[in-house]
Design a protein around this ligand. Structure first.
Ligand SMILES: [Zn+2]
Length: 215
């Protein structure tokens, strides 16, 4: 039943423990110093460790349905995680990573009745309303509206993030980068919100990809 996981673990062991310079053992000896804190959706297709091909020690990852950040409340899993990452680990870059074709955002738009899910995602209703206003009227087909809503909710989550004391403290004194990104699953692209608009992040072709094309 768990074969797929164990196959993956075997490969992980091979790369991170059984080579000449095992990264995991170094991270244990030297401690972790992740540069980023990524807030992502729980969606299995948009997992940051997968899409960024990240090595252990690269980022803290917090997952929530729709990558939705609710306004600050003491004692939540996110407030504790942010406190640890910003106050004790020195993280200064936060990325809110939404994604297209998000089931949580669709559930919000379709007014899902499940009380457990609805009571978490309901906080993003403002984002849905903003999307309805900002999307051009002629483009109000459901898929276009969902894409707009996914973007608006990332922006709303950034605003909510700023209500967390650890975030506010760092923002008031030092520079804290907060990025709003969307992983476009269909296009295989990342969109970034910058200067009031969403743009596709330009990715340089990596040498491996070039080599593969040459083959
Ligand atoms: Zn999602």
């Amino acid at each position: 039943m768990t074969e797929k996981l164990l196959e993956g673990f075997q490969s992980f062991r091979q790369f991170q423990y059984e080579n000449a310079d095992p990264l995991m053992l170094r991270l244990i000896e030297e401690g972790q110093k992740p540069e980023y804190f990524i807030i992502s959706c729980i969606d299995s297709r948009a997992n940051p460790a997968t899409i960024f091909r990240a090595q252990p020690g690269t980022f803290f990852n917090f997952m929530a349905m729709g990558a939705i950040v609710r306004p600050y409340k003491q004692g939540t899993a996110l407030s504790a995680a942010l406190q640890f990452a910003l106050e004790y680990s020195g993280v200064r870059k936060i990325i809110i990573l939404g994604h297209t074709h998000c089931g949580a955002i669709k559930a919000l738009a379709e007014d899902i009745e499940d009380p457990e899910i609805a009571s978490f995602i309901d906080v993003a209703h403002d984002g849905l309303e903003r999307a309805k206003n900002s999307c051009p009227h002629h483009a109000h087909d459901s898929e276009t509206l969902l894409r707009c809503t996914e973007q608006e909710i990332v922006l709303q989550s950034i605003k909510n993030l700023e209500t967390y004391p650890a975030v506010a403290r760092v923002m008031s004194g030092e520079s804290l980068e907060i990025h709003g990104w969307i992983f476009d699953m269909q296009a295989g692209q990342l969109q970034e919100h910058q200067g009031g608009k969403w743009d596709t992040i330009k990715i340089n072709p990596c040498p491996v990809a070039t080599d593969q094309r040459a083959l």
